[in-house]
Design a protein around this ligand. Structure first.
Ligand code: AMP
Ligand code: MG
Length: 417
């Protein structure tokens, strides 16, 4: 795993903004993911590691966009019908042919190469056939129903830029220009731990004071959606020495260490001090709610993020802090998600200086606009607010109050992963 120097970060004061934390991450963390070449059918969701340049025109040759009759536009009568003899036939996949020397039409099918000299195609629905002749109505423009070589992609165009997370359509375009494989970033190796003496695996009976570990499966599932190769390393007890040892042990084999719980200011919050003994903190406590105690640091040169224990806080910080960090380490070109403007149905008060996420459902109002309805309970521990909502409404730092009718920005869960 790549080793990062830990002296490159300045401790940024008490409550760093999420934007500042992300700028620090983007500026100081290198891309650590290696590269490999994969066949197209394995490329979906991977990060392109090279620019892909079209070596051919797309389409490679002029061809017909419809089933019909190809001809020279100059053979058409200027006003009124034209009768042309049909001389020949060309279907998709057949080699090219020439137009006859005199006025004539060639029967042609969608995707077939245009005969040399032809520049216009009549749709078969628009003509009538009389024996060996085709009767063509007036008014069709030159070039109609013809697809020019290179009109989709011209040879030499960059079709995929390094850093792009490949989507099915990117892979389709790569195939269209003749690439059987693509060079992509290797998956990042992420170690995930839960921390807390109260945590138990789901399945057994709960002892007094215990709760089931819900963060780990949720975080692992999210990380997999981002293409990470995840090591699920279980639950760690609230013990500083043990935490320090297990993080150190995992550091050498992973690109990122992720924990949840134990990063607040309580006496039983041992993750942050553990990291300080075997590595160093880069930031701790961001202007984000829920999620404020999130910590980031380096353990033996490997990036570490300590997410808060409360499930909603863990979810929010995974999406808005860890996601961009993963993109950086993985060589992905990543822009912040675009919030969708919708109308608030609720009033809300918040502190300035923190980015706050409220769980909302979306509905269409009588005037056709989308409205956000707030989930009735706000707590960072209300996991059902995530299953019972459509989106997170992101209320930025400078906002302190929302009134019904105000425009707010929402991030539907399904847009975030
Ligand atoms: P902590 O940050 O460790 O103080 O935890 C804050 C809250 O989150 C406490 O109520 C914990 O019990 C809860 N919590 C911590 N880790 C998990 C987890 N993995 N799954 C569910 N709840 C958790
Ligand atoms: Mg705890």
């Amino acid at each position: 795993m790549a080793q990062l120097t830990d002296d490159c970060f300045a401790f940024g004061g008490q409550l760093m903004s999420v934007d500042d934390a992300l700028a620090l991450i983007a500026e100081r963390l290198p891309v650590v993911a290696g590269i490999e070449t994969v066949p197209l059918h394995e490329a979906d969701g991977r990060i392109a590691a090279e620019d892909v340049i079209a070596a051919i025109d797309l389409p490679p040759f002029d061809n017909s966009a419809v089933d019909g009759y190809a001809l020279r536009h100059t053979d058409l009568a200027p006003n009124g019908e034209t009768r042309l003899p049909v001389e020949g036939r060309i279907a998709a996949g057949q080699a090219g042919r020439e137009m006859g020397s005199g006025p004539s039409a060639v029967r042609i099918f969608t995707g077939a190469r245009m005969p040399d000299g032809a520049d216009t195609v009549f749709m078969q629905e628009d003509v009538t056939v009389e024996g060996t002749k085709v009767v063509l109505p007036p008014g069709l423009k030159r070039g109609s129903n013809r697809r020019l070589a290179g009109e989709d992609v011209a040879k030499g165009t960059t079709i995929i830029t390094a850093g792009r997370r490949l989507r099915p359509q990117d892979i389709g375009l790569a195939a269209a220009i003749g690439r059987p494989h693509l060079t992509v970033r290797k998956s990042l190796k992420v170690a995930v731990f839960s921390t807390g003496d109260e945590l138990a695996e789901p399945g057994g009976a709960l002892s007094q004071g215990a709760i089931h570990d819900s963060n780990r499966v949720m975080l692992v599932a999210l990380l997999k959606r981002f293409g990470a190769e995840v090591s699920d390393l279980g639950i760690l007890r609230d013990d500083r020495t043990l935490l320090a040892a297990r993080l150190t042990e995992a550091a050498s084999a992973h690109d990122l260490l992720l924990t949840s719980g134990g990063v607040s200011t309580g006496e039983e919050d041992h993750v942050k001090p553990a990291v300080e003994t075997v590595g160093s903190l880069v930031f701790w406590r961001l202007g984000i709610k829920p999620g404020r105690p999130v910590a980031m640091g380096l353990v033996q040169g490997t990036p570490f993020v300590g997410l808060p224990g409360n499930p909603v806080a863990a979810y929010v910080t995974l999406l808005f802090v860890v996601r961009p960090l993963l993109a950086r380490l993985g060589g992905e070109d990543f822009g912040p998600p675009l919030g969708i403007p919708v109308r608030s149905t609720f009033a809300y008060r918040k502190k300035a200086g923190r980015l706050e996420f409220v769980r909302v459902s979306l509905q269409r109002a009588a005037d056709g606009l989308l409205e956000a309805v707030k989930f009735p309970r706000d707590g960072a521990g209300i996991l059902s607010s995530l299953t019972g909502s459509d989106a997170l409404a992101g209320l930025p730092g400078e906002i302190t109050r929302i009134e019904p009718g105000d425009t707010i920005e929402v991030y539907p869960h399904r847009m975030l992963y």
